[in-house]
Design a protein around this ligand. Sequence first.
Ligand code: GTP
Ligand code: MG
Length: 196
Amino acid sequence: MTIKSADLEVLATRRSQYPEGANAEFLLVGRSNVGKSSFINTLLNRKNLAHTSSRPGKTQTLNFYCVNNEFYLIDVPGYGYANVDKKTQQKFGMMIEEYLEKRTQLRRVFMLVDFRIKPTEDDLLMYNFLKYYNLPVTIIATKADKIGGSKKEKCLRQIMDTIDLVVGDDIIVFSSVTKLGREEVLKKIHAGKNCG
Ligand code: GTP
Ligand code: MG
């Protein structure tokens, strides 16, 4: 799939603001600072279309990126960071829940975890929450550039042993620095956007 166009079309905090129309949608979720916004920039070959930061809590709304006038990638606030206050975290959680409850355009969720770190309690809660809604999930094990070859197998096993993946769900090892996994993700999107 070639990326011909990509625009940030809508910043939403509630349902009435979501884009209209039937375009397929792909949602990103994951801990704050895990690299969701960087993932979008890498997929779309754009340096800073989605704003990134080394400080957690950068993304504060549901950001709908329209790609090729054909589908949306949706960047969302991260969860699970102790220094983002409780009230704000709750607000973010409700925003995502409101979206997930009934969004028929949603085809697949990309759940980002840090390749080097054992998935946290928050990650497990999120995965189970997505499964409650019967959503297909691809785990993106990101920041893969940060670990050497010999440790990769062990890190992959750590994720697989912690998150009990449902049949049909899968894992893609990814890096926004080397672009590892980019083509594989684009293939997933291509396959997902025409079904459902
Ligand atoms: P929130 O918006 O706070 O939820 O964070 P986010 O998940 O959108 O993370 P963001 O993309 O802003 O990235 C956080 C930090 O991690 C930034 O400093 C990025 O440069 C860095 N980062 C993201 N992806 C990668 C990666 O694949 N490799 C490396 N080495 N760094 C990465
Ligand atoms: Mg972000």
